[in-house]
Structure formats: C-alpha cells, structure tokens
Design a protein around this ligand. Structure first.
Ligand code: NAD
Ligand code: ZN
Length: 243
C-alpha cells in the first residue's frame, strides 16, 4: 500500500504537515457541499453562506446553519481522524491544516490544528468580535451577549477573506515540512489548493490519500487511492513498526 520510499521518508522525517478536506469526514456521515446529495442542491450557495444572506435574509441563513449544526452535533470522528492523533504523536513537529469546519479533528484529540475555514461550532460577533460556543439546540437569530449585535458562525463565508494569521502559519508549515500528506480534498479551493505545491516546491515528499483522482494527483510523489480511514490506520501500523 505504501512504497518503501515513502516509508523511508517517514522514518527520517522530523516535520510532517497534513492537509485535510471534506473527504476525511465523509466516513463520519458529514454531507459534502457538492455532488448529488450535496448540501447546496436546494438553495444555491450564493444565497446562503454569505454575509449578504446573513444581513438580508437572516432567518433563512440561520435556519440553514442551525440545521447543519444540529446534524453535526450527532456526528463523531472516524478511524481516520483518530489515526491522525497517533500520527501527530509520532513526529517531532506536526501540523494539521484542515479545510473542514466540523470540529472533528479537535474532538478526536489532535493538538496542532490550523482551521483554515473556521469552526462551525462557534459564533463570532460581527461588531465586537466576541467568540462563543454555539448551542446546538438554538433556533432563531442569535445576538451577541455583550453588545447585542448580530452574530455569525465562525466560518469563512463565501466572499470572506481567510484569517491571514492562520493562512500564514499554514503556508509556513507547508514550506518547512519533509513530508506533506493531502487527504480527502479535491484540491480545487484556493488558497488551500496551493499548500501542497508550496511543500513540493520546498523539497517535501508529496503524498495524496483520496479514492478519486484530483487536480493534485499528477503532481504527487505517491498517490494512495483509498478511503482515509483505511489508508491512515495502515499508516499508523507502519509507524508503530518503525518506532
Ligand atoms: P470537496 O467536497 O471538494 O472534496 C472532497 C474530496 O474527498 C473528493 O476529492 C473525494 O474524492 C474525497 N473523498 C471522498 N470520500 C473520501 C474518503 N472516505 N477518504 C478520502 N477522501 C475521500 O472538499 P474540499 O476539498 O474539502 O473542499 C470543499 C469546501 O467545502 C472546503 O472549503 C470545506 O471547508 C467545505 N466543506 C467542509 C465540510 C466539513 O467541515 N466536514 C463538509 C463539506 C464541505
Ligand atoms: Zn458583540
């Protein structure tokens, strides 16, 4: 499943960086954004996950987010998430960059996580920046407990800029690693899509784990065409043997 070359690279690696996308949570039952059962089929994304929707149609906006949160509250990390906790412990320096907002890497127990697109389990005040944990049972339009202004889910909405500090850390972790592993991402959404190329450009061994071919596959040093849970549990067994 893993080449001897990759095993040697991992054996000698001090710094490893991982990028995850919606695919790692697919086996937990988190719906993807697109595709036949995608979240966005009923309403176009431009109408829902935007600051304009929050301002102009707040009820529709919050019905959508409250529905997603209710769904996520019942969902648990899968073997792929847990394997990444073991993998983090194996390396001296490990960074987990995720495009997911579902909190499952934190639930599983990873420590050094960069949430590029934010976290749906929190709300942020649009006026005073106050950050609060959301209540999964909440319905209606929430307001800030401190200043009364509108809240927004602490995620990057379409048209929002990314948190520049987190992005800078992700770029840095990509540029210094010896092995970079891209897992369950279609590698199409920028700026995350550039991170594997930053890694490779700086000499990292680039690994992709995805059952489907992606925009990244042709550039990877090794492609593992398997589900994340299967590939990552196998990887933890290899690391156990190397220890
Ligand atoms: P994507 O939907 O574009 O791509 C998902 C990828 O996962 C596909 O390439 C697919 O082949 C692969 N995949 C499917 N099942 C897999 C499995 N079991 N193991 C490994 N790979 C598997 O997702 P993306 O690249 O993350 O980009 C979409 C955007 O949508 C991101 O911005 C992300 O923030 C957001 N999103 C987040 C969540 C979440 O938080 N769980 C869910 C949906 C979308
Ligand atoms: Zn406030």
């Amino acid at each position: 499943m893993f080449s001897e070359k990759l095993i040697q690279r991992l054996k000698n690696a001090y710094t490893v960086t991982v990028l995850t996308g919606a695919g790692i949570s697919a086996e937990s039952g988190v719906p993807t954004f697109r595709g036949k059962d995608g979240l966005w089929n009923k309403y176009p994304v431009e109408k829902l996950a935007t600051i304009e929707a929050l301002e102009k149609t707040p009820k529709l906006f919050w019905d959508f987010y409250n529905w997603r949160r209710e769904l996520l509250a019942t969902i648990k990390p899968n073997l792929g998430h847990y394997a990444l906790v073991d993998i983090e412990n194996y390396f001296e320096e490990f960074t987990l960059i995720t495009q997911n907002v579902d909190n499952l890497h934190l639930d599983a127990g990873n420590k050094n996580i960069l949430e590029l697109h934010g976290n749906i389990t929190k709300n942020r005040c649009t006026n005073c920046d106050d950050l609060t944990q959301m209540d999964p049972k909440e319905s209606g339009i929430p307001k800030c407990r401190k200043c009364g202004a509108f809240l927004k889910p602490d995620v990057v909405l379409f048209g929002d800029p990314l948190n520049q500090n987190i992005l800078r850390k992700a770029q840095e972790a990509s540029s210094v690693c010896e092995v970079f592993i891209s897992i369950g991402t279609s590698a199409e959404v920028e700026p995350a899509a550039s991170l594997p190329f930053i890694a490779k450009g700086n000499g990292a061994f680039l690994v992709e784990i995805n059952p489907e071919k992606t925009a990244l596959s042709a550039n990877a040093d090794e492609v593992i065409n398997l589900n994340a849970s299967k590939a990552l549990t196998h990887l933890t067994m290899i690391l156990d043997r190397l220890r």
